[in-house]
Ligand binder design. Structure first.
Ligand SMILES: [Zn+2]
Length: 322
């Protein structure tokens, strides 16, 4: 009687799997996200050679192109000016457009609107346009997106609104952020571990980064429903660093598992959420879910705690050498 029983088990197992697949397809939320990558050509461009920046860029963009994920990269043009490397650094930036992605402005020097005066900051915005505009024109594209460094949008409402009017007058759409797992901090520690050949620490950082990202996504989805009543087309903030170049494929896989489809920034901005009242001001920058919650008088609580050991490692990286 063995064969029929085995057949029954197989059939039964198959129908269980089929039921599970169909029910997960039915309950899988349809989530959408636009990916943005800041601090181009590289977060730590000052300590990287142009050759390393080029390798990192082609690895990062290769994965994004293979995965058919649209991206806007935000540039700090000052990082292009390293003696003897300017051409090669501009070529690394041009690669983003050659691969089919878009570039936006992130100011020339990565200047905080909360630290600088409005006029100095506006000058930094303008100075950050020249090379990017030329590269975009070569591809018949226009410079149309701006991202605030540190997400600092102004310490008072007058400055915030003046800066916004200035950006709109120059033809920009501001790129908000709703998902942010501090990959820049992981990235700094990861690059230091790479330089020292500490592969065990690199692996530990990747595990922690992916796990923390998953927590941030879950929290932000929940907060979205609380603040907006639905999950908007989200906008994820990442940074141009070696961690993303090596592991963005795993992050994309993690997001697909949460039900995300990858859309353009333009598509994301069509969500009505980005037109909601927003009177947020603060010493420190914040994501737009926080902006909306605080505007409604309901400051969010219960955000996942960033791992302290990564903060300690980051401090050690920045400690001046004796
Ligand atoms: Zn930045």
């Amino acid at each position: 009687m063995k064969p029929p029983c085995a057949v029954f088990v197989v059939v039964c197992a198959f129908s269980v799997i089929a039921a599970a697949v169909s029910s997960s397809a039915a309950t899988q939320p349809d989530r959408q996200v636009a990916i943005t990558i800041d601090d181009l050509p590289a977060g730590s461009a000052n300590s990287m050679s142009a050759a390393t920046i080029s390798q990192m860029t082609s690895k990062l963009l290769g994965t994004l192109r293979d995965q058919k994920v649209p991206v806007v990269g935000f540039v700090n043009e000052r990082k292009l000016y390293k003696f003897g490397e300017v051409d090669e650094r501009i070529k690394a930036l041009k690669m983003w457009l050659d691969y089919g992605f878009e570039l936006g402005n992130h100011t020339f020097t990565h200047m905080s609107l909360n630290q600088a005066g409005l006029k100095a900051w506006e000058d930094d915005v303008v100075q950050g346009e020249s090379v990017t505009r030329l590269l975009l024109a070569e591809h018949n594209m226009k410079l149309r997106y701006f991202r605030h460094p540190y997400l600092d949008t102004g310490r008072d409402l007058e400055t915030r609104r003046d800066a916004e009017a200035f950006l709109v007058a120059r033809g920009y759409r501001i790129a908000p952020v709703t998902l942010d797992a501090w990959d820049w901090m992981y990235g700094e520690v990861y690059e230091d571990a790479t330089r020292r050949g500490d592969t065990a620490l690199q692996q530990e950082l990747v595990r922690s980064y992916l796990s923390y990202s998953d927590q941030v996504f879950a929290y932000s989805e929940q907060l979205s429903k609380q603040v907006l009543g639905y999950e908007p087309k989200q906008i994820l903030l990442l940074h141009a660093n070696q961690l993303e170049a090596d592991h963005i494929g795993e992050l994309i896989e993690l997001m697909r598992k949460r039900g995300y489809r990858f859309i353009t920034l333009g598509d994301a901005l069509s969500d009505q959420a980005y037109g909601l009242p927003d009177t947020f001001v603060g010493e420190e920058g914040a994501g737009w879910l926080d902006h909306w919650a605080i505007t409604q008088g309901k400051p969010p609580q219960g955000a996942p705690v960033f791992p302290q050991w990564v903060i300690e490692r980051s401090k050690a990286v920045h400690k001046p050498q004796p």
